[in-house]
Design a protein. Structure first.
Length: 244
């Protein structure tokens, strides 16, 4: 099956991460994955939620939202109670980042992650995780430089990608057109060491077999390995905000 954008079945969309996209956040990154663009920021805060006070451990949490002009029909701003999808995604982003952070090394400090979707074309949650990791790393670098913490709490990298079965074909990194046509849709989060943080899989129109699951996981693993390289290359570079 030919994909609408000409990609091979196991090919990611073009991925670009611009580190240090904003000046004021402790860490920031704009990630572009095809037509999906997400601004990820990481802010440092002294102290932890009340239920964690006195533990000596830190906390990492995330918020996610889609801006009004991010889709073809204007999305209303989230005011007051969040819808179920938004809550689910921001909890996923938080879990993904906490999986690679040593809370003891963080001390009683918090890192607050914000993922704002500027433009959506499928895979917004996976792009958010991949970009937020870069923002998190820069927030930690600032903390180390400022001597707020003695050692980095970041233990390894984390990235995520979508996979699915569309018209009987297993595909990597679904765009919106493919996502709405998918018989099976999955979001997979993995660490740099190859561990799974989360596997979200749904048979949208049908069930799927163990063999199909294995095929999708293999596809995702290959895509995430590529994303980890993009993150590492980005973090070796110079933040954009320093060049402006």
């Amino acid at each position: 099956m030919a994909r609408s954008d000409g990609r091979r079945f196991n090919e990611l969309r073009r991925v670009e991460i611009i580190r240090g996209f904003t000046r004021h956040a402790a860490g920031s990154a704009l990630i572009r994955a095809g037509g999906t663009h997400v601004l990820c920021t990481a802010c440092w805060e002294t102290g932890v939620p009340s239920w964690r006070k006195g533990s000596g451990k830190g906390w990492v949490t995330a918020e996610y939202d889609m801006l009004p002009g991010s889709t073809s029909q204007r999305k209303a701003r989230s005011r007051g109670k969040l819808d179920g999808r938004t809550q689910e995604i921001q909890r996923l982003v938080g879990r993904a980042l906490r999986a690679v952070v040593d809370m003891d090394a963080l001390g009683e400090h918090s890192i607050l992650i914000d993922c704002d979707v500027l433009q959506a074309d499928g895979g917004t949650r996976t792009a958010s995780i991949t970009g937020a990791y870069v923002a998190l790393c820069d927030a930690v670098r600032l903390a180390l430089k400022s001597k707020w913490i003695a050692q980095s709490p970041v233990q390894q990298a984390v990235a995520a990608v979508s996979v699915g079965i569309v018209h009987g074909k297993a595909l990597l990194d679904l765009n919106y057109e493919e996502d709405v046509e998918a018989d099976v849709d999955m979001n997979i989060v993995m660490t740099g060491a190859g561990g799974f943080v989360e596997v979200q899989g749904t048979g949208e129109e049908s069930t799927f077999t163990l063999a199909e699951l294995d095929r999708l996981v293999k596809l995702a693993r290959g895509g995430i390995q590529q994303l980890l390289k993009v993150q590492a290359r980005c973090l070796r570079g110079r933040p954009a905000s320093r060049n402006s």
